[in-house]
Design a protein. Sequence first.
Length: 496
Amino acid sequence: MSQTITAPYSHTPLILNNRRLIVVSNREPYHLVREANTLRLEKTTGGLVSALDPVLQSTQGLWICWDSSNNNCRFDELCRLAELNNIEIPYEIAPIKLTEVDVAGYYDGFSNRQIWPLFHYFTSRYAFDEGDWDSYYQVNRKFARAVIEKASPEDLIWIQDYHLMLVPQLVREASPDFNIGFFCHIPFPHYEVFRMLPTRKEVLHGILGSDLIGFHTPSYTRYFMECAEKLLPGQVSIVDSNTLVYKNRRIIIQDFPISVDFDHINGLASLPETEEAVQQLKQSFPHGEIIGLGVDRLDYTKGILERLECISMFFERYPEYRKRLVFIQIAVPSRIKVQEYQKMKQEIDEAVGRINGRYSEDGWTPIHYLYRSFPLEELVAYYRAADFALVNPLRDGMNLVAKEYCAAHPDYHGVLILSEMTGAAHQLKASFLVNPYDHPAVAEAIYRAINASSEEKSIRMEVLRQNIQENNITRWLKNYLLTFNDAIKLRRYAFQ
Ligand code: GDG
């Protein structure tokens, strides 16, 4: 579905002060999809692209990203094909080509085998590899070079996420006048964990090239400040809980909880076509009087195996729900080249088989496991059809699925069971909060959630929805950009 530029986005050109926004991220915002003999431009799914794409469209910004096209067709060739087929790419995209060796070291290696487990507190899955680090440094240099080549000191350069933590400083070294923002989409860990990284100082120096550093929650912000203070003594001076001075520059470090496009999802959920799809879905699950739902990228941080264990425990403890409740697990393939992820997929397949083998009876299957991705419209129908969503990551920077589930319930029906270990738990306190490591408590929370009175369910959902509607993706964007403007104005006035 094409994204329309909704009214709130029309303010962003004003916030940008006529500056061009340059977004720098690992993933590209668009890719071309071949279908039979036709080509179509598809937007990459996920919160970041949904938030920033309309701004870049309305302000003709620039997006610098890795050309990860994996259909034997490089991005420049795709652009050529798009032009030939009269498909308009809505703004300038500058793709960066990486070699297979780059990808193995920078992406699969340092980003996903080292930073990802470490920052999510999976320390036993983490092992430092110097070769991966070298590759990460080299690829960050490639990104920085592309930024330096394209940017001018008037632009706002917004670097995204843990794949590119060295880029801010590498760009800053080219010119002290660049306006540089950084946003971290995953947790920033506590000092005791962060210091396990041998290149911890280099990573901090890298991020500190920014004027504004954004995290999802106040605790990630606090941990970053603590790490900078403890690991770079004498090089940073703390001004207050959100400001420090580094190399004579004042830097703002603040929480900006990312969110979803509430109105868009709410609107999709209210369509008659969605209502029809919901009815069809409900009929397609025998004995599905109550439907539970899990939606995740297939990742160990999301607690999918643990969730299946909790569902099994629920049917063990509450046998009266057998042949009444079905649980749908949507798992989107992710990082399929990393061996750990292949192993986890196999473990999940086995767990689903084991649980279904144990409980299935009379045409009823307790778990319906769908290992693929769905168009947003279909996903919204699943959200709406579900009487409860079980969102139990073992650790998660924010978690947008929890917010989308609520946005997709204009009927105030539906119950959110949410892990305390997500960034979203800071905001979504009206959910049933659970400790994802306490499996009996999660099983009990399912029982309490589905047995709550209709009044309790709708009041909880109303409070959740109000919060998400108020703190929607536009607000995230606006708050970040306004603070970015302040940060670049104050940069020179480092000392009071
Ligand atoms: C990282 C952080 C943080 C999933 N399946 C389908 C589909 N999705 C979309 C969801 C949601 C997104 O993917 C997943 O976002 P999450 O936030 O849940 O998780 P991560 O991918 O790990 O994202 C996370 C986020 O960055 C933003 O800062 O919240 O903590 O880990 O939007 O809808 N979308 C479609 N079909 C699917 O089958 N269309």
